[in-house]
Design a protein around this ligand. Sequence first.
Ligand code: NAD
Ligand code: 89V
Length: 339
Amino acid sequence: MMLKGGLIGCGFFAQNQLHAWRDLDGVEIVAICDRDAGRLNATGERFGIGRRYTDAAEMLVNEALDFVDIATTAPTHRPLVELAAAHGRAVICQKPFAIELGDAEAMVAACAKAGVPLMVHENFRWQTPIQAVRRVIDEGAIGRPFFGRFAFRSGFDVYSGQPYLAEGERFIIEDLGIHILDIARFVMGEASSIACRIQRVNPKIRGEDVATMLLGHGDATSVVDCSYATKLPVEPFPQTLVEVDGDRGSLRLVEGYRLTVHGPGGTRELDVSPTLLPWAERPWHNIQESVQAIQRHWVECLTRGAEPQTSGQDNLQTLRLVDAAYRSARSGQVQHLTG
Ligand code: NAD
Ligand code: 89V
């Protein structure tokens, strides 16, 4: 069966999603939409997609879609997700799913009421090195994790490709920390508390570009630290470096996609480099490969009727951490999560 999708938002990141869709079996993007006709047509020409709309509502009325892929920025997510749900279409929505938790809860409720699957495009956990870390833990190679560190420290210029990142009152937790918090949940399990400090080092941007967070995951602890103000001799963008200590060993994922696993059986060095897909470019290839992986997961879930890993419901928990991190940074108090 060939699933038919319609993509809304033909901007910077959607190009990766369209490349990935084109290379996946069993799925085809049959229509695209952007309210900017120039971007719409340039993207349509690039990917050979003739059915083009500047109005999402019109696309939903005219096209027989199995799903809608929303690749716009957060302020438009809720109206677009609700539109897709009202038409009974399955939905993928880019991160950040919402800025306000209430909007995220409303989207989850709208899709549940319409009986349509909803997945947040939270792709960082699908990166090859992160999957390798989780596999090592699942195999029991280091025993029960009691400490984790998830570090994304970089000086890469993200602002030229995504100018809006420099303009918002909030920046690094909302845009990037959200991925790293999701990785911490994926590796260490659900978090029950968070404390956070933020800094703005780059005076040319509006929001915070450094965030340091301490999480409790039951008995285990993790540190999630993010920075776009870190100048290093070798620029690691977009790698998340990981340390996990378990009661029988440890793992270290270091720059250059090298994973060292130490346990009762000895020490192993693994190369966990992402594949450079034919359409990808360094250093983005790590993220680009994860886009293909999460979209493959979506096709498998829709085909089997299974719940995607990063369903809307699941992503509420990551968003609660983001929200609590900002509250902690404001108040100086540890925030405890429920639910
Ligand atoms: P962008 O501004 O380059 O593109 C968004 C596009 O959506 C624009 O072309 C705009 O005209 C269009 N649009 C907005 N509202 C619309 C509407 N109602 N109907 C039709 N078109 C509409 O943004 P971007 O940098 O591509 O980011 C998009 C999203 O992707 C953001 O939420 C961002 O956080 C996310 N993102 C995710 C990753 C990742 O690894 N998952 C990486 C980068 C960006
Ligand atoms: O993945 C993202 O959401 C991007 C970036 C890696 C630049 O932070 O915005």
